[in-house]
Write a protein that binds this ligand. Sequence first.
Ligand code: S3P
Length: 439
Amino acid sequence: MTAATMTARPGGPLNGHVRLPGDKSISHRALILGALASGVTEIDGLLEGEDVLATGRAMQAFGAHVERLGEGRWRVEGQGGFKAPTETIDCGNAGTGVRLIMGAAAGFDFEATFTGDASLRKRPMGRVLDPLKAMGAHYQAMEGGRLPLTLKGGGLKGIQYRLPMASAQVKSAVLLAGLQAHGEVVVIEPEATRDHTERMFRAFGVTVDVEDTADGRVIRMAGGQPLSGTKVFVPGDPSSAAFPLVAALVTPGSSVTIEGMLLNPLRAGLVDSLIEMGGDITISNEREAGGEPVGDVTARHSALKGIVVPPERAPAMIDEYPALAVAAAFATGETVMRGVGEMRVKESDRIALMAQGLEACGVDVEEEPEGFIVRGNGQPPRGGVTIETEGDHRIAMSFLVMGLAAQSAVTVDEPGMIATSFPTFGAMMRGLGASLEEA
Ligand code: S3P
């Protein structure tokens, strides 16, 4: 039976060394590229969270053979392209899964129907459907370009597309469609976003050029390139690391080391921000693994101060603002987070839910259309409430971290959703000394 609630109680320090589950963004891409490729792809460190498992099932529906070899070790045998699916593709809670898979599927001459859970069915898909349509795909969607929708691809032409919002998902959907397009595909990003697709393309033998210009980052590839299976190593997910790192910073006496964390600069905004807040964070053993920079990151309890987070940092930490806002609630002074309107179209409206939840915990918070400001007084917030997470895993984990160091316990509803991205969260945090109870 899935637990109805999870409660975090303030207690002793958090201490220890942990290895995190694999990065979610890289895990989705490894399965999708493996399925598009000819030959075998072996993945080590795959995140076995619900979102990624849904992508694995989708790849099977498109004709790939996907097999689990052991913990985090998966084998994908691609067919050199997708086959027409005979079932609806259900991506569960995963925005990244559905948007990237639609991009990949748009290259093929068949119809595929996509759906997802109640949260995913509310999220905008027009952002990927617009460029895919401009490349020649057709679709039928619910009002406002929502799921469920049916996509009919094939016969795509090249495109030059300037991203209307900073979104690696949209960029990746266009590049994945580009693999089957006739002509050149160019994506221009006014603000650089996570570049795992570009990096992994190269590992699968696809040529892609990236150039920083006065107009933004320009990503250029020839359409119609084949992929060949390869080995993929998935580093620890910095978006999951956010929770134990912030927990260590706000809980007196703590020292936690995350081993093998992805340190891609386009994902490292949270660590930069926490260090600016005065967080005692050290990075050691920096190395490269699977074409990505990784290292061991240690966070120790620290007296934090408020900062203005530069809005241009948003793409490098868009999923980490809920955790940062919790750190800000323990800090002294104002933490200003602006230019984060994209938070409103994640698994929930994360600006609204963070503002409501922080206020319920006794924190001074101000909501803006595209941002929010948290004013801390250097003391642990009151806590002592139950937070409605609207099924958003990162909202749930953020408020559980708050409860570990607040004056009173914090409870969250729907803790089962944590398994979408971080199925071992409870066990790992308890291993560090956290008091987390399910009921
Ligand atoms: C992701 C990109 C981001 C992020 C999501 C994962 C990806 O979304 O929020 O969790 O893997 O490309 P957007 O690209 O829509 O900002």
